[in-house]
Design a protein around this ligand. Structure first.
Ligand code: ZN
Length: 148
């Protein structure tokens, strides 16, 4: 692990999200909810959703604690998923999973890719991939099995 790679991993955007998380806190009247846990690192995250009748993410919030990457990733996710249709959200999640594994994510719309690329450096640290993907898997669980 080089110093440069480390610096890149913890760059400004990640630190900013982990220090000032967006959409943090429980959501009143959530329609869906799920809890996620990453035993490798001890990260915890709870994702709250308010899905519209057509599946669009009307509102989203999270609570959690853990390493900077897990919390920054959850914060960034809530920022990006709010207002998306189910189809768009699925595409975003798949693109993100490709990015953090160092795989091709060219099917993502350009502005989404640019925002998510900050997490792409994680592909060099396989131990941290689960930190970065925890929130997204928890979101998916909330949609599929988390109706409240
Ligand atoms: Zn972690």
């Amino acid at each position: 692990m080089t110093d440069n790679a480390l610096r890149e991993l913890y760059q400004e955007v990640i630190l900013d999200h982990s220090r000032h998380p967006r959409h943090y806190g429980a959501l009143d009247h959530a329609s869906h909810k799920a809890e996620g846990y990453n035993p490798l690192c001890g990260d915890k995250v709870t994702v709250y959703l308010k899905l519209d009748a057509d599946g669009r993410v009307g509102d989203i919030a999270f609570e959690g604690k853990g390493c900077a990457i897990s919390q920054a990733s959850a914060s960034m996710m809530t920022d990006m998923l709010k207002g998306r249709t189910a189809e768009e959200a699925e595409k975003l999640m798949q693109g993100f999973l490709h990015l953090v594994k160092g795989e091709d994510a060219s099917d993502l719309p350009e502005d989404d890719r640019e925002r998510l690329e900050v997490m792409g450096g994680i592909s060099e640290f396989p131990m941290r991939v689960k930190c970065a993907t925890l929130a997204w898997h928890t979101y998916k669980n909330a949609v599929e099995e988390g109706a409240t």
